[in-house]
Design a protein around this ligand. Structure first.
Ligand SMILES: Nc1nc2c(c(=O)[nH]1)N[C@H]1C(S)=C(S)[C@@H](COP(=O)(O)O)O[C@H]1N2
Ligand SMILES: [Mo]
Length: 388
């Protein structure tokens, strides 16, 4: 395609055709960089931003990795407290306390229970906030393992427990206690939580919680406790620091600012990739959250002046032939979208906006009655330079 042009042949060409030949001789890149408009990457560039994020133990996924139905394990985002315990398969025990009958499961016992699959977005509650901008603290994998419900049945049911705390085996230095997070039984049932032993068909990697982690579709992933060591049934909400303080926003209720915990993933979408096509470019991205099926995604390539419908593939369509997945197993999964684009050379401001089955449309601006870093749903602008 991109034939090199010799000096001899150039000499015989007119000015216009030189431009033509030069246009095909200079290879266009295969993809264009989509730059976030706000957050760290804007001020410091993407590399330096990634470097800063490592200090707080965050690694974002490269945006283009969020353009497929399942995100590969390599390059999947990561967020924790730097400590990745090395848990040996032998000797591992998952303790369940405060339920019908306390019980401990070794890995073989967990593996012998019926496995269920969940395909769902995993998203850090602070993803895409005004500090980070780039929205790469998310991914979508296929998780397999026994459901929390099955584990509780093995323990004679939840007993008096109406709430649960999940404890990780990662001992945080100084605090000396592991990471922990709590949810109500009602929330866990609504979300159809599982204790995942596998991610995309492979045993969990150490960095993503080997040998077992909680996965709670539709709820932000601070609750997806890795290196799960204990499930603690409680008769009251868990009052740990991550619930009470760390993952909270303030919300104006009446005339008072009230602390609220990050919980259900809000309605969002992002353009994550711009790749070259035969004529022009193809924009791809994903749309998720909001609690009901995604029905429409629109794309703007002119800073919001006009919006066009993108082609959407829902998880139900994508996994139609997969007999192991029923519709409920994909409730927390993202839809993918594509949009053809034929721009002239220049600089453009792009974004996507999603609508769900309840008619809710992704917001352009955050609600001024909410303050904080979590559950930031507003439309995610990207700047792109199209070469000529
Ligand atoms: N044990 C443990 N589990 C944890 C954490 C942690 O620090 N320790 N971090 C949580 C947070 S804040 C997020 S966003 C997700 C990230 O999951 P990942 O690193 O597998 O992508 O794990 C959650 N589970
Ligand atoms: Mo997180």
């Amino acid at each position: 395609m991109n034939q090199p042009v010799s000096m001899n042949s150039l000499a015989t060409l007119t000015r216009d055709s030189i431009a033509d030949v030069a246009g095909t001789a200079i290879a266009l890149p295969d993809e264009l960089d989509l730059l976030p408009v706000d957050g760290l990457p804007r001020w410091f560039g993407r590399r330096l931003a990634a470097f800063f994020m490592r200090f707080v133990s965050m690694e974002e996924a490269a945006p283009r990795r969020l353009s497929t139905m399942l995100t590969p394990v390599v390059g999947y985002f990561r967020r924790d407290r730097h400590v990745h315990p090395r848990v040996a398969a032998e000797g591992y025990q998952l303790q369940v306390t405060g339920v019908g009958g306390d019980k401990s499961f070794d890995l073989a016992a967990l593996r012998s229970l019926p496995f269920e699959d969940r395909v769902c977005v995993q998203e850090c509650a602070g993803n895409g906030n005004h500090l980070m901008g780039s929205a790469g603290l998310c991914g979508q994998a296929r998780w397999s393992g026994p459901s929390l419900e099955t584990i509780l049945e093995c323990c004679g049911g939840p007993g008096d427990a109406s709430h649960f705390a999940f404890h990780g085996l990662d001992r945080v230095p100084l605090l000396k206690s592991g990471y922990h997070y709590g949810l109500s039984l009602e929330e866990l049932r609504e979300a159809r939580a599982i204790v995942a032993l596998e991610m995309n068909g492979e045993p969990l990697s150490r960095r993503h919680g080997f040998p077992a982690r909680l996965v709670v579709p539709k709820i932000y992933s601070m609750s997806h406790v890795k290196w799960l060591g204990r499930i603690e049934g409680k008769t009251e909400p868990h009052d740990g620091i991550h619930n009470r303080l760390v993952f909270t926003n303030k919300e104006l209720q009446g005339d008072r600012w009230v602390r609220v915990q990050a919980r259900w993933i809000g309605l969002k979408s992002a353009i994550t990739h711009c790749r070259r096509a035969r004529d022009g470019w193809v924009l791809t991205g994903c749309a998720w959250g909001g609690g009901s099926p995604i029905t429409r995604v629109e794309v703007t390539t002119d800073g919001g002046a006009t919006w066009e419908d993108a082609d959407v593939v829902t998880p139900d369509e994508h996994f139609e032939r997969d007999s192991r997945l029923v519709a409920d197993d994909m409730r927390g999964a993202w839809a993918l979208f594509t949009h053809r684009w034929r721009p002239h050379a220049g600089e453009y401001l792009l974004a996507s906006r999603v609508t769900n089955a309840d008619g809710v449309v992704q917001c352009m601006q955050e609600d001024s009655r909410i303050r904080g870093h979590f559950d930031v749903t507003r439309v995610k602008w990207r700047r792109v330079r199209v070469p000529g």
